[in-house]
Structure formats: C-alpha cells, structure tokens
Design a protein around this ligand. Structure first.
Ligand code: DGL
Length: 263
C-alpha cells in the first residue's frame, strides 16, 4: 500500500505519444486522490514498428525520468511498451510497474466459439507475452492478427480522415470473415472507436483500459476522496510540442471513448 493520509501518490503514466491519454482519461474520471505525470515519447514514436530491444531502451529511459521525479508507481499505458519491457522493468525497478494487456480474454468469453480479431502493432503481435496469453487461454486458433502499423502515428497527429482510410483496409479482413469481436490492442486505437463503428457497425469493441485502471487502483489502494486527481502532461518532441499539448487537451475531454472531433 503506497497511499497514506499525508501524501498523495504520484503515478507516472507513459506511452509513445497520445495513446496513453485514453487510459489517463479513465483514471481522471475516478474520485481518487493521485497526481499523474504523463509522458508521451513523441520524439521516438511510433514504438510499435521498432526492434523490441529499442522499445525496451526507450521505455526504460522514460521510467528513469519518472524515478527522478520520485513517482510511487509507473503505468506503461502502451501495449507495445508493456510487451517489450514490463517483465524486465518489474525485476529492475524499485516501484511497482503496471502495464496493458490486450482484452482478448473478455472478448473470447463474450463470443464463445467465435473467432476474434486483434488490432495491434507489430511488436505486440510478435512478442512472447501475447503468445503466452493465447496459449494460456487455449485460444491460438481463435485470434486473427491484424497488423495496424501506421495507425498510431496518424492518431498522434490528429489525422482522423487518414486513419479512417487506413482502418477501412484493415477491417476488410474481419468483415470478410464475419468476425464481430474486435480487440483494440493499442491504446491509440481507443480514440478511433467512432471511425471503427462507422466502417463496421456490427463490430463489438473490447479494450483493456478499464481492466488496467481497476487493477491499478485496487493494487495501490488509492484513497477515495472527494475532488479531482491532478495531472501534468509532458511530450518529448521539441518540434510541435504546443500542437501536441493542444491535441492532448482535446483527447482528454470526456467522451464515449473516441476523440471529440466527430461526436
Ligand atoms: N500506444 C501504443 C500501444 O498501446 C502503440 C503506439 C506505437 O506504435 O507507438 O501499443
């Protein structure tokens, strides 16, 4: 238990860019007192198309920034960073490290006997963490992998129309196979729920954000109080930092799980 009456816990939340804001937004919806420090590593985005060792290094560097800020816990609000780094970082760091898991378990349970489709980055698809999860669930034959490289970058730049065009191609595969359950295995894609629903109205979407938030709040025994949690945003990119901050403020606005432009 890290919380006590004297001190509000400080929690570092990281992602390669804007995606982790979809998780932060859910954390900010809760009446818990906590200070969140968000780090979007836009200078090195996207993570999902890099070598695993590079993603580990980058994630490690962000965690070191958090440790200098004396955080009490770290949330890797990025499936890619989690796949590449979470287990090693848990061994190495002195604070609890939380991560994301693609919501394939709830999706499989909600659609017994059906195939499901997982939208994720190259790193998440190929890493051991996902292979282990699938074999634990005995679901290797039921998960269709949809590689969505390129999509996170479009979200980072607020290019919603281009993202929709790319999605149109990606979604042809599950649509052709009559798959209804789509798992959003990248925190960036949560901002594209409206586009996905437009392109594929029969789709039922699953993401891991709520599960992660519940797990973090429970594990850290966050203290429920009246009032708002606080947050500070930081983006590593020198170019366009202001633009990134403007987009981040928009993305943090309350909504139905999509970006606010097309509501
Ligand atoms: N948001 C990250 C995830 O959840 C991926 C984005 C990237 O490729 O950098 O996987």
């Amino acid at each position: 238990m890290i919380n006590n009456k004297e001190r509000v816990p400080k929690i570092g939340v990281m992602d390669s860019g804007m995606g982790g804001l979809s998780v932060l937004r859910e954390l900010l919806d809760l009446p818990y007192s906590a200070n969140f420090l968000y780090y979007g590593d836009l200078a090195h985005a996207p993570y999902g198309e890099k070598k695993t060792s590079e993603v580990f290094e980058l994630t490690h560097n962000v965690c070191n920034v958090f440790l200098k800020e004396e955080v009490d816990a770290i949330l890797l609000a990025c499936n890619t960073a989690t796949s590449a780094s979470a287990s090693k970082l848990r061994e190495e760091l002195s604070v609890p490290v939380f991560g994301m898991e693609p919501a394939i378990k709830p999706a499989l349970l909600a659609h017994p006997g059906e195939k499901i489709a997982l939208l994720a980055t190259s790193v998440t698809h190929r890493e051991e963490k996902l292979q282990e999860l699938k074999s634990e669930l005995g679901a290797s034959e039921r998960v269709i992998h949809l590689n969505c490289d390129g999509l996170a970058t479009l979200v980072d730049h607020g290019k919603w129309e281009e993202a929709k065009l790319l999605l149109k191609n990606i979604l042809k595969i599950p649509q052709g196979q009559g798959i209804r359950a789509l798992v959003l295995g990248c925190t960036h894609y949560v901002f594209l729920k409206n586009e996905i629903k437009d392109l594929y109205p029969e789709a039922i979407l699953h993401d891991g954000n709520q599960g992660t938030v519940r797990h973090l709040v429970r594990s850290l025994h966050l203290d429920e109080k009246e009032g708002q949690p606080n947050y500070t945003l930081f983006f590593s990119s020198d170019t366009n930092r202001e633009k990134a901050e403007d987009l981040a403020s928009l993305l943090l606005q309350k909504g139905s799980g999509s970006h606010p432009h097309n509501k």
